[in-house]
Design a protein around this ligand. Structure first.
Ligand SMILES: NC(=O)c1ccc[n+]([C@@H]2O[C@H](COP(=O)([O-])OP(=O)(O)OC[C@H]3O[C@@H](n4cnc5c(N)ncnc54)[C@H](O)[C@@H]3O)[C@@H](O)[C@H]2O)c1
Length: 338
């Protein structure tokens, strides 16, 4: 199936199909110089499948993990393109998770002021979330995604078969993003996730619905001046949990626990049941002080109040401007109710 995404920066097709990797060349022009960017943890056969279809394929592999999402990696990609005579008509293809997509996309946005970019996401998180929307970038001086660019891809190719090699914990982390967008935007999708009893068999329909919803949000607000903020549901306190956990929780797991603080009393039991179903945390072990310290650190410079996303019922989201004391109250309410 194909989903179109139309933004002020350009339009592209998102293809979701088992086996799509095999005919990537029919979906994106590989008959030119192509740099495939991947990481050492992605099974190499995925990148090889793409390289086989290229006229002049090159491969850049960086060490897996968030630690590689740096200007140094970005610079190495640009150097490799320059050394191999890449022109503005050539292209970059990311094969991997959100880290590969974000760095490769940023290199594509900046090399010669922009070359074609194809995103081939291979984690569930990147298939149903990060590959759509055009945000690219790297971490800098300890701050996530602080340097980057909006760069829409020329094509996104999603092959759910890639998920067969993905560790279960990463599958569940991806589902946290599906739950997040369902909770804020689509009650029927939320119910579908509640009722799903064959996860693997449902990959395509879950990815399709999540991508459509994210596409709708991105089309309405490409540069995140308003509606796109709903994608940050769970993030205000989720980031604080992630920082306090010092690496023991994945981002999606921290956001899962963070969502619980920003729901109505009626929504909490449903969200909590759904998170537990997919082995995601519904609570965190940190006290109010620790979390507030991290929230305040994250939000310094925001003038003392923060746009938080509040979900009163499945499929509904409100952008609520909250002061730090109001956020503290959300934390203490949930902590004292469980
Ligand atoms: N651009 C956006 O809009 C956006 C949105 C959300 C998240 N992100 C970014 O995405 C990143 C997280 O992405 P992620 O969770 O995909 O992490 P990741 O890219 O680090 O991938 C996670 C791990 O899975 C491995 N892997 C990838 N595909 C695999 C496969 N098919 N089989 C086995 N192993 C595989 C990788 O080697 C890596 O070790 C973060 O940097 C985050 O900032 C970006």
């Amino acid at each position: 199936m194909t989903i179109s995404c139309n933004t002020p920066q350009g339009s592209y097709e998102i293809t979701i199909r088992r086996g799509a990797l095999e005919d990537a060349g029919a979906l994106f022009n590989l008959k030119r110089k192509v740099l495939v960017v991947t990481d050492g943890g992605v099974p190499s056969r995925y990148a090889e499948t793409i390289l086989r279809q290229c006229d002049k394929g090159y491969k850049y592999t960086f060490p897996a993990g968030e630690g590689s999402k740096t200007l140094a990696t970005w610079q190495e990609i640009l150097s490799m393109m320059l050394q191999n005579g890449f022109s503005r008509r050539d292209a970059i293809v990311a094969v991997g998770g959100g880290v590969a997509g974000d760095i490769a996309g940023f290199a594509a946005a900046s090399y010669m002021r922009g070359v074609d970019f194809c995103n081939i996401p291979t984690t569930l998180l990147s298939q149903l979330d990060s590959s759509v929307g055009g945000k690219t970038g790297v971490n800098f001086e300890g701050i996530k995604n602080i340097v980057g660019a909006f760069k829409q891809p020329g094509a996104v190719i999603i092959d759910p078969d890639c998920l067969d090699t993905l560790p279960e914990r990463l599958v569940h982390e991806g589902l946290a993003e599906a739950i997040k967008i369902a909770a804020t935007s689509d009650a029927a999708f939320f119910e579908m996730l509640e009722e799903c009893d064959d996860l693997r068999g449902s990959y395509e329909s879950i990815i399709k619905r999540a991508v459509e919803l994210k596409r709708d949000v991105v089309e309405a607000d490409t540069f995140e001046s308003g509606r796109r903020k709903i994608l940050n549901f769970g993030h205000t306190i989720g980031h604080a949990i992630e920082a306090a956990a010092e690496g023991s929780l994945f981002h999606g797991e921290a956001v899962a626990a963070g969502m619980m603080y920003m729901c109505s009393p009626n929504m909490i039991p449903r969200l909590s049941r759904l998170l537990r179903k997919y082995k995601l945390p519904t609570t965190d072990p940190f006290d109010e002080e620790t979390l507030m310290e991290k929230v305040a650190f994250d939000k310094k410079g925001s003038g003392g109040s923060i746009d938080c996303i509040y979900v009163p019922a499945p499929g509904k989201a409100e952008i609520v401007r909250m002061s730090l004391p109001q956020i503290r109250e959300c934390i203490s309410k949930l902590k004292t109710s469980v």
